[in-house]
Design a protein around this ligand. Structure first.
Ligand SMILES: CC(C)(COP(=O)(O)OP(=O)(O)OC[C@H]1O[C@@H](n2cnc3c(N)ncnc32)[C@H](O)[C@@H]1OP(=O)(O)O)[C@@H](O)C(=O)NCCC(=O)NCCS
Length: 148
């Protein structure tokens, strides 16, 4: 299978990202203003995958010495083909290039698929936060990747 082609995302993609986010995180999606602000913010790296022009996956990270993964999602019909892994690897590359030493994220305790993906690219569990997520309320697993 050929590697997915990753494209930078910006404010002009906010509508599409919001529509996909509303499918992937149907229970608690970001609002359109939240998505639009994120895609316009400085010190962010947002990236997506299009198939036949349609956005099927996106991911973003807040850059800094300590970087934070903001969001990662792949449309259900496009999962299991390495797109999620390619996106997260690209976030790590961007963080490293921007001088990050550590990358953090929070993931739902029940989301074993995402935790598997994050471990596969170098994240380790460093703690848990009770009731971090809402809709439904759930504990977070906090993970960290140390960049060489
Ligand atoms: C998590 C998600 C981004 C994975 O995307 P994907 O394109 O299917 O992932 P990939 O095909 O790149 O798989 C990467 C690795 O994770 C594993 N993986 C992915 N989904 C999995 C699942 N549901 N169960 C077990 N392992 C899973 C794959 O087996 C693969 O492991 P390997 O490299 O050891 O073979 C996607 O399922 C998704 O969008 N889920 C809903 C949103 C979400 O949970 N986002 C993360 C929130 S923190």
């Amino acid at each position: 299978m050929s590697a997915p082609v990753l494209l930078p995302l910006g404010p002009e993609d906010a509508q599409e990202v919001h529509a996909l986010e509303s499918v992937v995180f149907a229970e608690d999606p970001w609002t359109f203003p939240m998505v639009a602000e994120e895609l316009s913010s400085p010190r962010r790296h947002w990236v997506g995958v299009r198939e036949e022009g349609v956005l099927v996956a996106w991911a973003g990270i807040a850059l800094g010495v300590d970087a934070d993964v903001m969001s990662v999602g792949v449309a259900p019909a496009h999962r299991g083909r390495g797109i999620g892994r390619a996106l997260v690897e690209d976030l790590l590359r961007a963080a490293r290039e921007a001088g990050a030493e550590r990358v953090f994220l929070e993931v739902r305790r029940s989301n074993e698929g995402a935790q598997h993906l994050y471990r596969a690219v170098g994240f380790k569990e460093i703690g848990r936060v009770a009731r971090y997520f809402r809709n439904p309320v759930e504990d977070a697993v906090t993970m960290c990747a140390r960049l060489a």
